[in-house]
Design a binder for this molecule. Structure first.
Ligand code: MRU
Length: 366
């Protein structure tokens, strides 16, 4: 078992000297803390596809660093701007095909693309420098954003609270702190003691393998439950609040997150427990009107029937449905916690206010 405190490690980083994306291989946790240094675009694509690096914000940061490294390799050839941009676009589209649901992937690649377009009058070498600066900024921004979400989230809970979470929206899903787990980590820094229940999160066990490991390694009281035990712990009165992350929030507040999130939100409503979605603005997609518009990733059947088992646990040839995400209807969500404040229903208005706040802050900071 990997016994180090995960809070001391960066989930996603750039080693510019080695020309490498540095990640923790999350498929090996909790048994081994293995650090990977990836230099090739196809390995970065595969790391995202296979969930070696996962969680919406971490995917975005990995993609930004990945496309910077690809641009660096492309620029080593003798390229004019048009040739460079055509190869850059090919690499960007390839990375964008690694996973469909987390909007941060497209958001980060879009930001990198804008850098190239805004500097098309400069040398390819200069453009690559600007791409490095943008990738570093996207990464650093993620740390600030998660800390801010943690601060806002912390205002909604008290010392001693019982908290239920789903999947892993912690440090392992971001660069630092996480989104849904940020209030818990920040609370821990301030001496609060929370009791956290982590859904194991079938079929890839991000809760059992990652959240349990992350929280336990940071000294937080953690209990793993199977997904179908969530109702029981709520009925027992052990849960004061539910915190989840998300992969894409639609303009009406529908929040797409790991499969099982929708069911949890329904249970929370039944038991009268606040259901909080933690969402950096990079995860809010105002171009999507509602949850039904979001593409839901479907993953291979062996993740349900074979993975984690010594032998196959469903008959050969049986049908398998393996959607990786679902969405919580906006009417079930108590609040959406962003880095610019806490949005409350109706979200069609409050999310616009959050973006107005973001715009204002940007101009004040100019
Ligand atoms: O398939 P995954 O592990 O990438 O899914 C991750 C989640 O569903 C997280 O809750 C979400 O990305 C938010 S991470 C801060």
């Amino acid at each position: 078992m990997a016994s180090k405190n995960i809070m001391d490690f960066d989930t996603v980083a750039l080693d510019d000297a080695k020309g490498a994306l540095v990640i923790i291989d999350q498929t090996k946790l909790p048994n081994e803390l293995k650090i990977l240094e990836l230099t090739e675009l196809k390995d970065i694509w595969e790391a995202i596809y296979l969930l070696r690096v996962r969680g919406a914000p971490a995917i975005g940061v990995a993609a930004a660093i990945g496309i910077y490294l690809a641009a660096r390799q492309i620029s080593a050839g003798d390229n004019d701007f048009d040739t460079f941009y055509s190869k850059f676009t090919e690499a960007k589209d390839y990375l964008a095909s690694s996973r469909p649901t987390a909007v941060n992937l497209f958001w980060a690649l879009g930001r990198m693309d804008n850098v190239v377009k805004a500097n098309s009058d400069k040398s390819v070498e200069k453009i690559v420098e600007k791409l490095r600066d943008e990738a570093v900024e996207i990464r650093e921004e993620d740390i600030r954003v998660c800390r801010s979400i943690g601060e806002y989230g912390l205002t909604l809970i008290q010392d001693g609270c019982g908290i239920l979470t789903h999947c892993n929206a912690g440090q392992l899903a971001t660069v630092k702190y996480g989104t849904a787990l940020a209030p818990i980590h920040l609370g821990r820094e301030r001496g609060y003691n929370f009791r956290v229940f982590a859904d194991e999160t079938r079929p890839l066990l991000q809760g059992a393998r990652l959240t349990a490991y992350e929280l336990q390694s940071n000294g937080i009281d953690t209990t793993v439950i199977c997904d179908n035990m969530a109702s029981q712990v709520m009925k027992n009165g052990w849960i004061d609040a539910i915190f989840v992350g998300c992969d894409r929030v639609a303009a009406n507040g529908d929040a797409c997150n790991k499969i099982g999130t929708s069911g949890l939100a329904i249970l929370a409503k039944y038991y009268g427990i606040p259901f909080y979605v933690c969402a950096p603005t990079s995860t809010i997609d105002m171009t999507m009107k509602r949850g039904e518009d979001i593409e839901i990733e479907e993953r291979p059947s062996h993740e349900v029937t074979e993975m984690w088992y010594k032998q196959r646990m469903a008959p050969e040839g049986v049908g398998v449905y393996n959607p990786a995400f679902d969405f919580a209807d906006n009417e079930l969500i108590t609040a959406i916690i962003t880095e610019y404040g806490i949005a409350r229903p109706p979200y069609s208005a409050s999310l616009k206010e959050i973006f107005a706040q973001k715009e204002l802050t940007r101009h004040v900071g100019d």
